[in-house]
Write a protein that binds this ligand. Structure first.
Ligand code: SF4
Ligand code: SF4
Length: 437
C-alpha cells in the first residue's frame, strides 16, 4: 500500500507513545541495570537519537503532517525516517493495531517519489540490484550466485522437484556457511530439492528503504521463477519475510507456493518425528528472535486471522494465540537438543529488542546499528548464557560486530566487559543443527 492508502490507518494514531516501550512478563527480574522496571524503551532508533521524531510515535505524526501537506519532502526528513530498523517492536505494542512499519516504509517511498534521492548507501544497493548482470545489493556477478555450491551442482535447476531452496544474496555471496549448512541439513534429511541459478535478490533492502520500482522488478522475476514449486525454503529471515508478507501485498495475489523458514521446517520435522539429533550441546543458551522471521511473521499471522474475522473481539484472542504459538517455534526446536539449557532475555518474543541491522540501518547508520547490537548483547549477558543463538545472517553479523567492538575496548582500556557481552559466542541455529545431525 502507498501512504495515501494508509491514511485511515495512520489517522488512528493518538500519540499515546505506548509503542516506545517493550514489556516483560518478569517485571521484578534483576540484572542489566536499573532500567528493569517491567517495561523498557524498546525502539533502537528512539533510544539512540533520543528525540521524539525517531520513535515510531513521532514518525506517525510526521507521516500525517506529510499527508496533510504540512511537511515537505527533503533529504533531512528522509534521513530521520530512514533511521529505523523497521523491527516492528512498535507495531507489537500499538493498542490501536496500527501497521507502523507499513506506514514508515510507505513514507520513505513517498518522500523518494516526491523527488528526494535515496540516501547514498541505499541508492548504491538499489543501483546494484537494478543491474541485470548483478541483481544483488553487493554488486557481485550474477553468474557467481551459485559458486558456493562448489562441486554440488547436481541440485541446480532440477526440473521435476517440488521443493526449492531460495538462497538469498547474503548466504550466496557473503555468509556462505549459512547456505552450506542448509544444503547439508537438507541432504542429510534426504530432501529432494533444487537451487535455481537464476534467482535474484528478494528485494528486501530496496523495499525497506523506499525504492519500490526496483523492488517490483525483482519480485516479479522471483514469482515467475518459483511459481511451479509446492514449497520454497529459506535460511534468511529477511528474504523469508519479504516473500511471505510483502510479495502477496505488493503483487496483489496470494503466493502460489508454500513458504517455510528453515527453523520452521525443523519444527515441522520435529512434529513428524523426523529430525534426527545425534549429539548433545551442553551449554547455556539465550535465543534472540530475528525481527523478520519471528515478530513480523507473528504479527502477520495475527492480522491475517483478524482480516477475515466477523467477530473481531472474539477472534482477537485466537489471533493472539496463533501469534504466540509462532514465537514458540524456535524454542521448541532448541528444547529438542539434548543438554541445551535455554534462558530468556528480559525482552523476548514479540517484545524482543532488535539486533540493529535491519531496514537499511546497518549500511547507512552503522553507529546506530552498533549501539543496538551492544544494547542487546548487554541484555544477553545478563542472563548468564555463554551462547547467543539466532537464525538470521544480519543478526549474526551485527552481534559479532558488537562483540568485536567490546573486545577492542577491553584491549584499549584493560576493563573487563563480560557483563556487557564481550565473552558471548554467537551461534546460528542452522550451524548447530547441521553439526548435531
Ligand atoms: S502508533 Fe499506536 S502506540 Fe504509537 S503513539 Fe500512535 S496510537 Fe500510540
Ligand atoms: S520499527 Fe523499530 S526502530 Fe523503527 S520506530 Fe518502530 S521500534 Fe523504532
Amino acid at each position: 500500500m502507498n501512504l495515501e492508502e494508509l491514511r485511515r490507518i495512520n489517522a488512528r494514531c493518538i500519540h499515546c507513545r505506548a509503542c516506545q516501550y517493550a514489556y516483560s512478563d518478569e517485571p521484578d527480574r534483576e540484572g542489566m541495570d536499573e532500567t528493569y522496571t517491567g517495561m523498557m524503551q524498546g525502539c533502537p532508533a528512539g533510544l539512540y537519537y533520543g528525540w521524539e521524531g525517531y520513535f515510531n510515535s513521532g514518525k506517525q505524526w510526521m507521516a500525517r503532517a506529510f499527508l496533510n501537506g504540512e511537511l515537505e519532502a527533503s533529504k533531512e526528513f528522509l534521513e530521520v525516517v530512514e533511521a529505523c530498523t523497521t523491527c516492528g517492536m512498535c507495531e507489537t505494542q500499538c493498542p490501536n493495531y496500527i501497521d507502523t512499519v507499513h506506514v514508515t516504509e510507505a513514507l520513505r517511498a513517498a518522500i523518494i517519489e516526491a523527488g528526494v534521492e535515496p540516501l547514498s548507501k541505499h541508492k548504491g544497493m538499489g543501483d546494484r540490484v537494478a543491474i541485470e548482470d548483478m541483481r544483488n545489493p553487493y554488486g557481485e556477478p550474477r553468474e557467481e550466485r551459485i559458486k558456493w555450491l562448489g562441486e554440488n551442482k547436481d541440485v541446480v535447476d532440477k526440473p521435476d522437484t517440488k521443493i526449492a531452496y531460495y538462497v538469498g544474496c547474503t548466504a550466496a555471496y557473503r555468509q556462505q556457511q549459512i547456505s552450506e549448512h542448509t544444503f547439508s541439513i537438507l541432504k542429510k534429511l534426504g530432501v529432494d530439492f533444487t537451487v535455481l541459478s537464476d534467482e535474484v535478490c528478494c528485494g528486501s533492502p530496496i523495499l525497506r528503504t523506499g525504492q519500490r520500482d526496483g523492488f517490483k522488478v525483482v519480485m516479479k522475476k522471483n514469482l515467475e521463477l518459483f511459481k511451479d514449486f509446492d514449497l520454497v525454503l529459506f535460511s534468511c529471515a529477511g528474504c523469508y519475510k519479504t516473500f511471505r508478507n510483502d510479495y502477496p501485498e505488493h503483487s496483489g495475489e496470494p503466493l502460489p507456493f508454500k513458504v517455510r523458514h528453515a527453523v520452521e521446517y525443523a519444527y515441522d520435522l520435529i512434529q513428524e518425528g523426523k529430525l534426527p539429533i545425534k549429539g548433545s550441546y551442553n551449554k547455556k543458551v539465550t535465543w534472540h528472535d530475528p525481527c523478520h522471521s519471528i515478530r513480523h511473521v507473528g504479527i502477520a499471522i495475527e492480522k491475517e486471522i483478524l482480516s477475515k474475522s466477523k467477530n473481531w473481539l472474539h477472534d482477537s484472542r485466537a489471533a493472539d494465540k496463533a501469534k504466540q504459538e509462532h514465537y514458540e517455534l524456535p524454542r521448541i526446536v532448541l528444547s529438542h537438543i539434548p543438554g541445551l539449557e535455554q534462558v530468556e532475555m528480559y525482552r523476548n518474543r514479540g517484545d524482543s529488542f532488535c539486533c540493529g541491522a535491519g531496514g537499511g540501518v546497518k549500511a547507512q547508520f552503522p553507529d546506530m546499528a552498533l549501539f543496538a547490537s551492544k544494547e542487546r548483547l548487554k541484555e544477553a549477558a545478563a542472563t548468564g548464557a555463554e551462547v547467543l543463538m539466532t537464525s538470521c545472517p544480519f543478526c549474526v553479523t551485527n552481534f559479532n560486530d558488537g562483540i568485536n567492538a567490546l573486545k577492542k575496548e577491553e584491549e584499549e582500556t584493560g576493563k573487563d566487559l563480560s557483563d556487557q557481552g564481550s565473552k558471548l559466542v554467537v551461534v546460528e541455529l542452522l550451524e548447530l543443527l547441521d553439526e548435531l545431525m
